[in-house]
Write a protein that binds this ligand. Structure first.
Ligand code: HEC
Ligand code: HEC
Ligand code: HEC
Ligand code: HEC
Ligand code: HEC
Length: 478
């Protein structure tokens, strides 16, 4: 027995050594293959030095000319049925030197002016366009006239190096300083639209997140799921990063407190109900509605949040899969850095997973979008009806206390319809979820109208202006 025990020991050791060696060999082979893959995509010799302080994308472009060429194409303007962007000529002035702008949404969707009465958005709100324009469009929007804080610039420029400089190496400190500057001062520190350095580590070219508000926001969202101390740059997978680099900016946000800290309302999670509950708890309002006095919330571009509730997110499809699909240039496979509407490029953007032809894929996307726009129209009309009814009650002498419930429904109905209207996929990112939100919004407007029923109103004050005049004023004055 002892003898055979010894033999099996040596046998085991031998097997262990051989299999260990085999594992090592396989591992190094895999590593080697991986290495070759990376080399195939990255030039082995860098012609220009790129460091953690190189903002100018033209310098990075010397090393990665294919990605840079596509990146420059974000200046193109091409329309799709519901998205893309249409070039509208603009007569340049000293105040606004742009010769081309995008289409005004206030003209195509007139209810928006009523929804935002009294807020800067009722003065100027346009279709978004390519990344190349993000800094200039922000500088020259009429919404700047109200004197915006530096916080605005977080998502409209390459901010990484500026934040490092302002914070003596600490981007969090730089972030806080930038937020507290007036916009006109903040912009002096910045000169490029989102650039390579905002999404890539210059040494490895790996994806990374450089936006403090997203680093904090995603940690809060993870904490709500029971994951504490989440650090996106060390814990996210490469796959998740293909969404997170975009989610740095394509999200709902607000400016928190006196320090105007850019904050994403994700403490309770990523759904619209979580965001609304967050704002309720914080007692936050963006503005007071000019026609009714309701304490209002403005929603903006929650592409990441809507996507997160849709079928593609559930199937592991990332922003980059559709908006930066792989393409082959000569012998090299690259990610298309011409970030744009995938419907201008369905063959590569969708065709890798869906076998239907291009026309059918576009038709399926537009089918979702047409239904969506129809529901948005109904929800906006319902909201305008509620605003009209509150005004009538006000003019008939209703007190603030009597109106309180209706005003609260106005706040909620407005946030819900605005959230999916401001989202830029026209429902595509999560069609059923968007439809549910719009159904809720219509219901909240209905509840607001119900709350006005049967109020015991004091006699109308006969010095009050007729309703028509007030409406006319709100349209022009805002
Ligand atoms: C399954 C594919 C797919 C995924 C994944 C996806 N999108 Fe989209 N996205 C679309 C389609 C389709 C549209 C509609 C484009 C249109 O109407 O022209 C769109 C529209 C947009 C638009 C408006 C573009 C325009 O031209 O008007 C933005 C911005 C956007 N998506 C950002 C994102 C972000 C950020 C993510 C990840 C959080 C994401 N998308 C994930 C397919 C996708
Ligand atoms: C959290 C990131 C973020 C912040 C902060 C931010 N933006 Fe934007 N902004 C975006 C994104 C993403 C788009 C493109 C999607 C869209 O237009 O809905 C955009 C689009 C725009 C546009 C073009 C479309 C339009 O609305 O007319 C303007 C102008 C603009 N922002 C101005 C501002 C101003 C002014 C502020 C500060 C009050 C600001 N932004 C703060 C992310 C941000
Ligand atoms: C630094 C913030 C920021 C980041 C990061 C960012 N975007 Fe944008 N994006 C914007 C802003 C701002 C605009 C609108 C610019 C304008 O209208 O002037 C925009 C516009 C767009 C558009 C509209 C293009 C068009 O032609 O109409 C798409 C699509 C888009 N982004 C998708 C993405 C995707 C996908 C990613 C990630 C790979 C991403 N964005 C990363 C801020 C950002
Ligand atoms: C908004 C974020 C964003 C910006 C800005 C950006 N990239 Fe990328 N880049 C990506 C994503 C996403 C990938 C895909 C990476 C992956 O899947 O690992 C990528 C991949 C790459 C790769 C790897 C090869 C490939 O094409 O897949 C290179 C090289 C690259 N980018 C260069 C650049 C350069 C140069 C610039 C500036 C001109 C730039 N990138 C700007 C998001 C960005
Ligand atoms: C990386 C793979 C991938 C890409 C890229 C992709 N899809 Fe999908 N798509 C899926 C998966 C997975 C589903 C879930 C249904 C299924 O399993 O077939 C889906 C579902 C859909 C649905 C049904 C959604 C619904 O709400 O009922 C439509 C429509 C669709 N995709 C259109 C598109 C379009 C248009 C594009 C390009 C803009 C696109 N997809 C890009 C994988 C992908």
């Amino acid at each position: 027995m002892r003898h055979s025990g010894k033999t099996s020991f040596w046998l085991l050791l031998l097997v262990a050594v051989i299999s260990g060696g085999a594992c090592f060999a396989i591992a190094s082979l895999l590593l080697d293959v991986q290495q070759h893959k990376i080399e195939a995509r990255t030039p082995i010799v860098r012609v220009a030095e790129v460091t953690d302080d190189t903002t100018d994308p033209a310098i990075w472009g010397q090393n990665w000319p294919l990605q840079y060429d596509d990146y420059l194409k974000t200046a193109d303007m091409t329309q799709t049925t519901y998205g893309g962007s249409e070039a509208v000529p603009n007569v340049p002035t000293d105040e606004d030197p742009r010769d081309v702008v995008s289409k005004s949404k206030l003209e195509t969707i007139p209810q928006l002016k009523r929804m935002w009465a009294g807020y800067a958005f009722a003065k100027d709100f346009r279709e978004e366009r390519g990344h190349a324009y993000m800094l200039t469009d922000q500088m020259y929007t009429e919404r700047q006239k109200v004197g915006q804080p530096g916080t605005c610039i977080n998502c409209h420029a390459s901010t990484y190096v500026a934040m490092k400089e302002l914070g003596d190496g600490d981007i969090m400190v730089g972030f806080e300083k930038l937020n507290m500057m007036p916009y006109m001062e903040a912009k002096e520190h910045l000169s490029h639209a989102v650039a390579c350095i905002d999404c890539h580590d210059p040494d490895t070219m790996a994806l990374r997140v450089t936006r403090p508000a997203f680093i904090e926001g995603i940690a809060a969202a993870k904490a709500s799921e029971g994951v504490d101390d989440y650090d996106v740059n060390t814990q996210a997978t490469r796959h998740e990063m293909r969404t997170y680099v975009c989610a740095q900016c394509h999200v709902e946000y607000y400016f928190k407190g006196e320090k105007k800290r850019l904050t994403y309302p994700w403490d309770k999670g990523l759904t619209i109900d979580d965001a609304y509950a967050y704002y309720e708890e914080a007692g936050f309002k963006d503005w007071t509605h000019a026609e009714t006095g309701a304490p209002m919330l403005k929603a903006q571009h929650p592409e990441f949040e809507l996507w997160s509730q849709g079928i593609h997110a559930k199937s592991g499809v990332t922003c980059a899969d559709c908006h930066m699909p792989y393409k082959r240039v000569g012998g090299t496979k690259i990610s298309d850095h011409h970030v744009r509407s995938p419907l201008l490029n369905v063959n590569r953007a969708c065709g890798t997973c869906h076998k239907q032809d291009d026309a059918e894929l576009i038709a399926r996307a537009e089918n979702i979008q047409t239904t969506h726009r129809h529901l948005v129209e109904s929800a906006l009309n319902a909201l305008v009806d509620l605003i009209d009814d509150i005004k009538v009650a006000k003019e008939a002498g209703a007190t603030d206390e009597q109106l309180a419930e209706a005003l609260q429904w106005q706040r909620k109905a407005s946030f819900y319809v605005d959230y999916v209207e401001a989202e830029n996929s026209s429902g595509f990112h999560a069609g059923q979820y968007a439809a549910r939100i719009l159904g809720d919004s219509i219901n909240y407007s209905r509840k607001g109208q119900n709350a006005l029923r049967g109020l015991q109103l004091a006699a109308a004050d006969d010095t009050a202006e007729p309703a028509d005049e007030q409406a006319a004023e709100a349209q022009t004055g805002g």
